[in-house]
Design a protein around this ligand. Structure first.
Ligand SMILES: NC(=O)c1ccc[n+]([C@@H]2O[C@H](COP(=O)([O-])OP(=O)(O)OC[C@H]3O[C@@H](n4cnc5c(N)ncnc54)[C@H](O)[C@@H]3O)[C@@H](O)[C@H]2O)c1
Length: 339
């Protein structure tokens, strides 16, 4: 079979650290082109991995023969770029949060459907080894029903991650739309829905800018969520964990507790009510400093090669986004929002 011809829109941190190297390592892929208005970034990727550099993604779409694109740009560009690529007949892997609004998300799904291409969202939390193990344990039924939980994601903020540091788009509302909630909260709304195989039906959000200066987006959020099953939990997102970053989830269940990513080294701990304690060292959770392959890119390529619709679909990405948008609505009107 001929190789899957891929272009990458946006050559910043996530493209450089995950998308581009993971495509390059996949034997079914040919990296064809890179787009970034900071053309030096696209040129650097082209020099390192082969392919052509463009400042303008529309120019790239016009000139190159492609099968798929990755959209790794500031959040406000996810929808227009995804729709343009789908209309050009290309499969799309878009970073999270998939869109700025529900309507945009629906338009992206519709664009992929009508052009008969795949739309996948980069919700890599689902593929992290401790999370894969946790899902396997929960699905086995040994812990019984999940009753109450907490899930959180916090680090020191995008100034320590984005290619533009403190001057990053992450801090500007017109480009980011959301702050810590769009960056980290949506990872956890997606993960908890996936892990519990359940939907969030109610959300109450306390969201604000607690500490970062010179930004009009949120740096912290604490939400209470209720699942369709009746389980209740908290979902936290923070850009002010200057020490003690957190990507942990704890589920208290009928027959015990499962702690995921709470203790370094023991990535999943199961403590049963009968006194048994099980620890699983299944591989690390990725952090900003310690990157590990996301698996998202290989899964996207496999979908194309085997003509199998992606599990982390546009519809899934939209449900996870809607939780976050509901939390903002709750913050704005002081009420619990039903989803
Ligand atoms: N899945 C994950 O774990 C994960 C992690 C980090 C970031 N992300 C997401 O990836 C996306 C990109 O984030 P990042 O961390 O790489 O940001 P970044 O600031 O490091 O890089 C963004 C890049 O996009 C470029 N850009 C801006 N406008 C563009 C345009 N019109 N065309 C092409 N490129 C353009 C910028 O010049 C910059 O190089 C965001 O949506 C973010 O939420 C996902």
């Amino acid at each position: 079979m001929s190789k899957v011809r891929v272009a990458v829109f946006g050559c910043g941190a996530i493209a450089q650290r995950r998308h581009i190297p993971e495509y390059a390592a996949n034997e079914n892929v040919e990296l064809v082109a890179f787009a970034d208005p900071v053309i030096a970034r696209a040129e650097e990727m082209a020099a390192q991995y082969g392919g052509k550099a463009y400042a303008d993604y529309e120019e790239l779409l016009k000139n190159e023969k492609l099968d798929a694109v990755s959209v790794c740009t500031p959040n406000y560009l996810h929808a227009p770029m995804t729709i343009a690529a789908a209309n050009a007949g290309l499969h799309v892997l878009v970073e999270k949060p998939m869109a700025a609004t529900t309507e945009e998300g629906e338009q992206m799904i519709e664009a992929a459907r009508k052009n008969n291409v795949f739309l996948m969202v980069g919700h890599n939390q689902r593929l992290m080894p401790p999370h894969v193990k946790a899902k396997e344990i929960l699905d086995s039924g040994r812990l019984g029903k999940v009753l109450i939980f907490r899930t959180s994601f916090g680090h020191g903020g995008p100034e320590g991650w984005s290619v533009d540091g403190r001057d990053s788009w992450f801090f500007r509302k017109d480009e980011a739309i959301m702050g810590a909630m769009g960056d980290l909260g949506v990872h956890k709304s997606d993960f908890i829905r996936y892990l519990l195989n359940d939907e969030i039906v109610e959300v109450a959000g306390f969201i604000g800018t607690v500490h970062k200066e010179g930004t009009d987006v949120d740096d912290n959020a604490t939400c209470i969520v209720r699942m369709k099953s009746g389980a209740v939990g908290t979902l936290m997102a923070s850009w002010t964990h200057y020490r003690g970053g957190d990507n942990g989830t704890v589920l208290w269940c009928e027959h015990g507790v499962m702690k995921i990513g709470t203790v370094e080294g023991d990535e999943v701990i199961v403590e049963l009510t009968n006194g048994t304690v099980e620890t699983y060292k299944v591989g690390a959770m990725a952090t900003n400093e310690k990157q590990v392959p996301s698996g998202v890119i290989d899964e996207f390529v496999d979908c194309i090669v085997t003509n199998t619709p992606p599990r982390i679909s546009g519809e899934e990405g939209l449900r996870s986004l809607n939780v976050i948008l509901g939390a903002f609505e709750s913050q704005a009107n002081g009420k619990v929002v039903k989803l």
